[in-house]
Ligand binder design. Sequence first.
Ligand SMILES: *[C@@H]1O[C@H](CO)[C@@H](O)[C@H](O)[C@H]1NC(C)=O
Ligand SMILES: *[C@@H]1O[C@H](CO)[C@@H](O)[C@H](O)[C@H]1NC(C)=O
Ligand SMILES: *[C@@H]1O[C@H](CO)[C@@H](O)[C@H](O)[C@H]1NC(C)=O
Ligand SMILES: *[C@@H]1O[C@H](CO)[C@@H](O)[C@H](O)[C@H]1NC(C)=O
Ligand SMILES: *[C@@H]1O[C@H](CO)[C@@H](O)[C@H](O)[C@H]1NC(C)=O
Ligand SMILES: *[C@@H]1O[C@H](CO)[C@@H](O)[C@H](O)[C@H]1NC(C)=O
Ligand SMILES: *[C@@H]1O[C@H](CO)[C@@H](O)[C@H](O)[C@H]1NC(C)=O
Ligand SMILES: *[C@@H]1O[C@H](CO)[C@@H](O)[C@H](O)[C@H]1NC(C)=O
Ligand SMILES: *[C@@H]1O[C@H](CO)[C@@H](O)[C@H](O)[C@H]1NC(C)=O
Length: 306
Amino acid sequence: MAAMSQKRSCGEIMNEFKEFMWNPRTREFMGRTASSWGLIVSFYLVFYAFLTGMFALSMYVMLQTIDEYTPKYWDRLTSPGLMIRPKTDTLEIVYSISGNSSWAPYVSQLNSMLDPYNDTVQMQQGSVCPSGVFNKQDDTGDVRNYPKKACQFLRSSLGDCSGLTDPTYGYSTGSPCLLIKMNKIINFYPGVIPSLSNTSITINCTGTTANMDQMLGSRTYYPSSNPSNGTSNGTSLGTMDLMYFPYYGNRAQKNYSQPLVAVKFYNLTLNQDLYVQCRANAVNINTNDSQDKFSGRVSFKLHINK
Ligand SMILES: *[C@@H]1O[C@H](CO)[C@@H](O)[C@H](O)[C@H]1NC(C)=O
Ligand SMILES: *[C@@H]1O[C@H](CO)[C@@H](O)[C@H](O)[C@H]1NC(C)=O
Ligand SMILES: *[C@@H]1O[C@H](CO)[C@@H](O)[C@H](O)[C@H]1NC(C)=O
Ligand SMILES: *[C@@H]1O[C@H](CO)[C@@H](O)[C@H](O)[C@H]1NC(C)=O
Ligand SMILES: *[C@@H]1O[C@H](CO)[C@@H](O)[C@H](O)[C@H]1NC(C)=O
Ligand SMILES: *[C@@H]1O[C@H](CO)[C@@H](O)[C@H](O)[C@H]1NC(C)=O
Ligand SMILES: *[C@@H]1O[C@H](CO)[C@@H](O)[C@H](O)[C@H]1NC(C)=O
Ligand SMILES: *[C@@H]1O[C@H](CO)[C@@H](O)[C@H](O)[C@H]1NC(C)=O
Ligand SMILES: *[C@@H]1O[C@H](CO)[C@@H](O)[C@H](O)[C@H]1NC(C)=O
């Protein structure tokens, strides 16, 4: 209490402050001598120079390991997923043959999906590749092999499902086409199953039960492993040729076109919920991952009314 009431005059405070700024007796500036300040300044100079150097060095080392053409962490996804087009949120294709507005959205989705596959476009941007051989274009040491060539996938190879001969893709007659695509995975080399095909991985679609499969009736795939026997049940499979693998990523291979498989249901049962599963057949594609229901397969519902 006593100390608090001890009042110092304004002049005293000013003097104390002046002495703190510059004390002529001890030759101290703000409480430190010149050599003390010198040490502090040089310490921080060295310290920050060191930090800057460390930062620059680690930046440099990081940049050395980045390849501008391949994402560093591409190997997280190991087995590709399947998806259908036309796609709806619920994976249900429901329409009435007689109500053309009910299937018009499906047709327009397929039209826009297939636009980049037009033969004229593909012939410009893609190469003709030998069938059944991986389109491998690795770099030789430090010599970069960019841009990498992409193989043509011609819209006309989808036959009746190309939209070229039948502009409604069969929707207007109750024999709809669906397109199946497989997620692109960089540097993925699918392994064929020799009993099915030696040049392609295969895709087939079946009813979820034997009875359901019967109600789905005959179906054809494009492109197919057995084109002349297209409409027979079970004997033909959709194919994705090995030439479309591996995919090198969007920067390295910007002309790449994803292969597609079309399936056309010729004779499915009308006015009935039909549950279909399409599956990729390859030695290294997992089709029974319980965590990921799209891994190597896709399930959907068809319901077509008169
Ligand atoms: C749908 O059908 C109606 C009558 O049959 C016709 O006038 C119309 O042009 C059709 N719309 C389309 C998109 O085909
Ligand atoms: C692709 O072909 C379709 C049908 O011939 C045509 O309507 C469409 O405009 C073409 N698209 C491109 C991008 O060439
Ligand atoms: C990619 O496509 C364009 C035409 O769209 C073509 O000029 C170019 O040569 C193609 N690139 C490669 C590597 O094939
Ligand atoms: C694949 O090749 C093996 C061995 O050459 C042959 O036995 C088999 O029949 C071929 N598979 C097909 C589908 O042609
Ligand atoms: C066709 O797909 C079903 C499941 O969707 C599968 O059980 C069957 O083995 C496949 N058939 C062939 C020949 O791959
Ligand atoms: C088509 O199937 C028939 C019988 O199912 C068979 O005799 C014929 O060889 C097949 N054609 C081809 C090109 O595989
Ligand atoms: C396909 O299978 C269905 C049902 O099993 C049968 O009715 C139909 O005749 C078969 N079609 C062909 C071409 O074998
Ligand atoms: C179409 O399916 C029905 C029954 O599902 C069957 O009786 C008929 O034989 C099939 N027709 C063809 C051409 O496959
Ligand atoms: C499917 O699952 C079984 C058991 O969960 C496993 O033994 C089998 O290898 C799996 N098949 C594939 C193709 O992953």
